[in-house]
Design a protein around this ligand. Structure first.
Ligand code: NAD
Length: 248
């Protein structure tokens, strides 16, 4: 069954990791997917190819979301592809930095907030004219916005900001029938969480979870597909924990 047939979707940071899994999952449900990437053109091509090979529709677009104009440039490209209707906006691209408080630089801090908060904010702003009744925005938050894990204070603050935006955007856009939510993964086995590649890292991650295995990007993509679907039509303004019961 294809629950998202006829819908258009943008997934940022879709060349790898969680974003890639989300793009593939939305396409499997019938959505036309715009695969955004920063610099990994080959990987983005592979995602588009896989979607098309499975009978779906996909295009790739590139924009550096760390620059002040990155979100504006991305929105312009997206509008030139989808025209005047975007149904699903998944703001997934993000960066992290694990360092003690004493070692974080001003540049690190600014970069984290530029990619993780400023870009999603202005992407929503710039794409709002293409969203209407039934459209939905899904951000990627994190477990660390609500619980301490590792030395991630500044990164955690960016995800706290996302949880705040979810509420404010949902309140502001509800009247237009636009839903806004976030998923908050725990530790997921991706390039970002490279500590999971060691046995100690894996054990550490699993020890804080109720479910005793490492999360895959597909575990997160399933929740995003649900939030994007009509089954989630009465859910807005929420951050959904998708973390195998982490730090309960
Ligand atoms: P990842 O590093 O594998 O992927 C991040 C994606 O964001 C990549 O496609 C990358 O190209 C893109 N990106 C980063 N900086 C960019 C920039 N300046 N311009 C354009 N694109 C840029 O990481 P992931 O684990 O797949 O993370 C995806 C999202 O999930 C992030 O927002 C992350 O904070 C969040 N998250 C991840 C975990 C985890 O354990 N992996 C846990 C909680 C939340």
């Amino acid at each position: 069954m294809t629950t998202l047939a006829g819908k258009t979707a943008l997934v940022t940071g879709a060349s790898r990791g969680i974003g890639r899994a989300i793009a593939l999952a939305l396409a499997r449900q019938g959505a036309q997917v715009i695969v955004h990437y920063g610099s990994a053109q080959k990987e983005a091509n592979a995602v588009v190819k896989e979607i098309v090979a499975n009978g779906g529709r996909a295009q790739k677009v590139s924009a550096d979301l760390s620059t002040p104009n990155g979100a504006h440039e991305l929105a312009k490209q997206v509008r030139s592809i989808i025209g005047d209707r975007l149904d699903i906006l998944v703001a997934n691209a993000g960066i992290s930095k694990a360092v003690p408080i004493e070692e974080l630089t001003v540049e690190d801090f600014d970069q984290l907030f530029a990619v993780n908060v400023r870009a999603p904010y202005f992407l929503v702003q710039q794409l709002l004219p293409t969203m209407c009744k039934g459209s939905t925005v899904i951000f990627t938050s994190s477990l660390v916005a609500r619980a301490v894990a590792g030395t991630l204070s500044a990164y955690a603050a960016t995800k706290g900001a996302i949880d705040t935006l979810v509420k404010h955007f949902a309140a502001a856009l509800g009247e237009r029938g636009i839903r806004v939510n976030a998923v908050a993964p725990g530790v997921v086995d991706t390039d970002m969480s490279n500590f999971t590649k060691t046995e100690t890292g894996r054990d550490r991650a699993i020890s804080m979870q109720a479910l005793k295995r490492l999360a895959t990007p597909e575990d997160i993509a399933g929740a995003v597909t649900f939030l994007a679907s009509d089954d989630a039509r009465w859910i807005t303004g929420d951050t959904l924990r998708v973390d195998g019961g982490s730090k309960l």
